[in-house]
Design a protein around this ligand. Structure first.
Ligand code: AMP
Length: 138
């Protein structure tokens, strides 16, 4: 399958759509998920085009995994979490809805189930949560 350069995350990377930004480095970008399934649920993406895990390069995956670990540690500190769940969906059959490679980071507390998908968050709440994660990066 080809990469569609008009997918939502490509448009966020180009600054054409807003997001609640968390982190950026040479190869990766991270922002809050607008339909979070846990407090602090956020996404890490490569800055360059990759549809999903099936076409990503070694360099894209390496860059993403470094950022995923950095942000997982920060999110666990920020939310006093007991653990973290990572999710990655590839192709529609695998559950993918946005066709730019992304990794979900979900801080988890013992005994707390994930919320159902598809519920939009309040942007002010996402901003407050992003501030907590960014503060925990430092
Ligand atoms: P999936 O491709 O199945 O991993 O699902 C895409 C994820 O992106 C879902 O968790 C959505 O809530 C999230 N999402 C979709 N649009 C946006 C957006 N504009 N900003 C942040 N997250 C988004």
């Amino acid at each position: 399958m080809d990469y569609d350069s008009n997918n939502i995350f490509a448009r966020i990377l180009r600054g054409e759509l807003p997001c609640v930004e968390l982190y950026e480095d040479e190869g990766t970008y991270a922002f809050m998920d607008i339909m979070p399934r846990a407090d602090g649920h956020h996404l890490v993406i490569p800055k360059t085009a990759a549809r999903n895990i099936l076409d990503a390069s070694r360099d894209q995956l390496t860059a993403c995994m470094h950022t995923v670990q950095k942000l997982s540690r920060a999110a666990v500190r920020a939310f006093n979490a007991d653990g973290v769940t990572l999710q990655q969906f590839s192709e529609a059959a695998g559950g993918q809805e946005v066709f730019h490679l992304h990794f979900h980071i979900l801080p988890r507390r013992d005994g707390v189930e994930l919320r159902p998908p598809g519920i939009m968050a309040d942007t002010a709440v996402l901003r407050e949560q992003a501030t907590r994660i960014v503060d925990a990066l430092n």
